[in-house]
Design a protein around this ligand. Structure first.
Ligand SMILES: Cc1cc2nc3c(=O)[nH]c(=O)nc-3n(C[C@H](O)[C@H](O)[C@H](O)COP(=O)(O)O)c2cc1C
Length: 217
């Protein structure tokens, strides 16, 4: 049973209506903004949540949610550069992203190259975070093994004491990544598994021409 009958009705309407080639924006960022704004307007929970996959030295992919925090000529998210994902993205600067908007029978996939954002961009975003999250960025060796929750809480308390009465600076190991897409796919679920899929492809990253193909579902 669904918690949100309005989204159930809307999802059925979207499935009936489908996605037509003629209505697509020429640019995938514009198309993404349309779908993202729509998901936000209809109250989808955390439409900015996206699954980012990186690739390890052994060729094995690894996926986790992060939050989309910027959209310009790339998809920007913030994390710990020394984390599992941070190390993998540094060693192999490619990523795949999936926006799992399944409550709308929609999915957006992005694949491309990855670069760190500038330190100034990371500083700017870090400054907007709640103080508890800022302290948490100092307290957590993200992805490392912990001997218990008490150690984490002790590290948090130590960081809180360290920065008492001052602004919390951005840790040097914390910042953003920008994913520059080479491929972006918009998927709209349809009845009888005759889904609509459109893939934008480019060879270059910025200021670019995109080819749009309809893919078999
Ligand atoms: C909805 C959601 C949003 C998240 N957003 C972030 C984020 O923006 N940055 C981040 O580092 N971790 C975020 N996390 C936690 C990650 O999924 C993950 O546990 C963490 O980054 C460690 O991943 P790693 O060990 O693969 O590096 C989020 C988790 C969820 C469920």
């Amino acid at each position: 049973m669904s918690a949100c009958p309005d989204l159930d009705v809307l999802r059925s309407e979207l499935q009936e209506r489908g996605l037509r080639r003629a209505e697509l924006a020429d640019d995938p960022f514009e198309q993404f903004r349309r779908w993202f704004d729509f998901a936000t307007e209809v109250g989808l929970h955390e439409p900015e949540a996206m699954i980012v996959s990186s690739v390890g030295d052994d060729g094995v992919p690894s996926s986790r949610h992060v939050l989309l925090r910027g959209l310009d000529h790339g998809f920007v998210f913030f994390t710990n550069y020394a984390s599992h994902k941070g190390r993998e993205l540094a060693a192999r600067p490619v990523a795949a992203i999936c926006f799992p908007w399944n409550l709308l029978a929609r999915q957006v996939r992005v694949e491309g190259t990855v670069e760190r954002v500038t330190p100034a961009e990371s500083d700017e975003y870090f400054a907007t975070r709640p103080r508890g999250s800022q302290i948490g960025a100092w307290a957590s060796d993200q992805s490392e093994v912990l001997d218990g929750r008490a150690s984490l809480e002790a590290r948090w308390a130590a960081a809180e004491t360290r920065f008492a009465g001052t602004d919390v600076p951005r840790p040097p190991h914390w910042g953003g990544f920008r994913v520059f897409p080479r491929r972006v796919e918009f998927w709209q679920g349809r009845p009888s598994r005759l889904h609509d899929r459109f893939r934008y492809t480019t060879d270059r990253t910025v200021g670019t021409e995109w080819t749009i193909d309809r893919l078999s579902p």
